[in-house]
Design a protein. Structure first.
Lengths: 256, 275
């Protein structure tokens, strides 16, 4: 032990600071488990959504040049759905696959890939931003969702478009799903993509059909879409938050 | 503990209530933002330049590799790799075993890898940081404090070398001189509050795909979303560097006097001031 009072004080202050820091960290980790606190934190999402919508309106996401396309676009999440049903469809190059559209619509429909390819389409080279932080640029071609919704006739009480997918990301067997609102669905760049970089969508990237919902993060853009349903609320779906990752704590409005 | 005996006529009212309140809110917000930001960074601990991520050639990366049966933390910056096991790339998780993670548990909020919760903290405190910063900026500008106390005068600028020498010798102005910020303080506060602060906010907004659609000039300003992410990261550490220097200066120039002035507003200038 040193007799120098300055040293003693310094050691005391250092230890006190370390102890305070540890306690503060433990406190914050505890707060992350308290529902009142995480709901308070999540209230920021509503502010973000309101402000972003007011500022951006229906503006288009930036479109890039052919030269900007990423050579090794990362495939995230599921890269090959394991279900027998999906495997059987993939074995036949999705010739037997049909996109079901139902829920709150006037005329439920089933569309094959050939029929989808005949619908009003859009091609766009856009940036894909993953919630993890990375970005890749790809060229997408697909049927615009807006005209499809007009074709099936959206009932007046419908508010959201839900995408049901073929893949299960974890051992619980919960299938991937996502939802967007009608304003987002009618955005001109919202497409059901069947081509990526001038070739049919590959299995790692969501064959035969994935949603492109530019202006939001990658997890909104459901891959392996099998069925589309229009709903009034998503309270009855999954754990009620509107998507696979939303049910696991991520924001439904994934604009940032 | 040394007591500070301050004659009333040596005390000057240095910090208005708005400045003190916004200062301490900022301490909380910036701490939460930094630590939750490191949590978010850990979800993909690599930085790139331009619009997109060239996974084979990051600018910097906090990686982990298996060396025999031991995990090794490897920090790569501009092609140079360093073994940073225990701190960066691989460190002890909350379960006590070495795991691959960019920044260690004590630096991230939450401690465990939990991106969704890190994002909740980050965006909540980002709004608090913005609202608080607006109050501070508007008050500082409207009250004339910006021009009077933060913008260096010509005389100030000529004193930069002398002020550097004073700081190096840890000699700080007393009396009349101590009533105002010295030139290095002015430059530091000005560049942080009206430079790095707004810059980190804009760089953060540029990472938002929605904001990029509405305000595409932001993408061009930063040279792409991944550049913006890298600049956001650099700004965060610039602010952390400022905080370290700021705390060191507070310690060596009178910790109790400085703390009191930022709590009560009253600062002891050390010498009787002329009435």
């Amino acid at each position: 032990m040193s007799n120098d009072p300055t040293l003693g004080r310094r050691r005391f202050l250092t230890r006190a600071a370390a102890a305070l820091g540890t306690a503060a960290l433990a406190g914050c980790d505890q707060l992350s488990q308290e529902s009142w606190f995480t709901q308070l934190l999540a209230s920021a999402e509503g502010v973000t959504r309101a402000v972003q919508r007011a500022v951006i309106g229906q503006a288009l996401a930036r479109e890039y040049a052919e030269a900007d396309i990423t050579r090794n676009f990362r495939a995230n999440g599921t890269t090959e759905p394991q279900s027998d049903e999906y495997q059987a469809l993939a074995d036949k190059d999705f010739a037997d696959w049909l996109l079901e559209i139902g829920g709150l619509v006037e005329r439920p429909a089933k569309l094959s890939l050939t029929e989808l390819r005949a619908l009003p389409a859009r091609t766009q080279i856009t940036r894909h931003d993953c919630v993890e932080g990375w970005s890749c640029i790809g060229k997408w071609a697909g049927a615009r969702l807006g005209p499809i919704l007009d074709k099936v006739g959206v009932k007046s009480n419908a508010r959201y478009v839900v995408f049901f997918c073929a893949d299960a990301l974890d051992l619980s067997g919960d299938k991937y799903y996502e939802s967007i609102d009608l304003a987002g669905a009618y955005h001109p760049q919202t497409i059901l993509a069947y081509d990526m970089n001038n070739a049919p969508l590959t299995v790692p990237h969501g064959a035969p059909l994935r949603l492109r919902f530019e202006r939001q993060l990658g997890y909104k853009m459901a891959k392996y879409v099998m069925r589309i349903e229009l709903v009034e609320s998503f309270a009855q779906l999954g754990r009620g938050k509107g998507g696979y990752w939303e049910d696991r704590g991520y924001e439904w409005y994934a604009g940032i | 503990m040394m007591a500070v005996s301050s004659a009333p006529d040596r005390l000057v009212y240095r910090h208005a209530a708005v400045i003190r309140v916004t200062h301490w809110i900022n301490v909380i917000a910036m701490t939460a933002l930094l630590m939750s930001g490191l949590q978010i960074f850990n979800a993909h601990p690599a930085l790139y330049w331009g619009s997109q991520s060239d996974f084979d050639r990051p600018l910097a990366e906090l990686g982990a590799e298996q060396a025999g049966n031991q995990l090794k933390g490897v920090t790569m910056i501009a092609g140079q790799s360093f073994d940073t096991t225990g701190f960066l790339g691989a460190s002890t998780g909350t379960d006590g075993t070495l795991e691959a993670r960019g920044f260690p548990t004590w630096a991230t909020l939450p401690s465990d890898q939990w991106l969704a919760m890190g994002r909740r903290w980050h965006f909540f405190f980002a709004w608090l940081f913005v609202a608080n910063g607006m109050v501070y900026a508007l008050y500082t500008l409207a009250s004339g404090r910006f021009r009077r106390e933060l913008v260096p005068t010509g005389q100030d600028l000529r004193r930069i070398p002398a002020s550097i020498a004073e700081h190096a010798r840890l000699r700080f102005p007393k009396g009349e001189e101590a009533r105002r910020y010295n030139v290095l303080q002015k430059l530091a506060y000005l560049s942080v509050a009206f430079g790095v602060g707004p810059l980190i906010l804009l760089a953060g907004l540029t990472m938002s795909p929605a904001v990029d659609a509405g305000l595409p000039w932001l993408i061009d300003l930063f040279g792409g979303r991944q550049s913006a992410r890298t600049i956001h990261f650099i700004c965060a550490f610039a602010l952390l560097g400022f905080v370290f220097v700021h705390l060191a200066m507070v310690l060596v120039s009178g910790v109790w006097n400085n703390l009191r002035s930022m709590v009560t507003g009253w600062y002891d200038i050390g010498e009787r001031h002329e009435q």
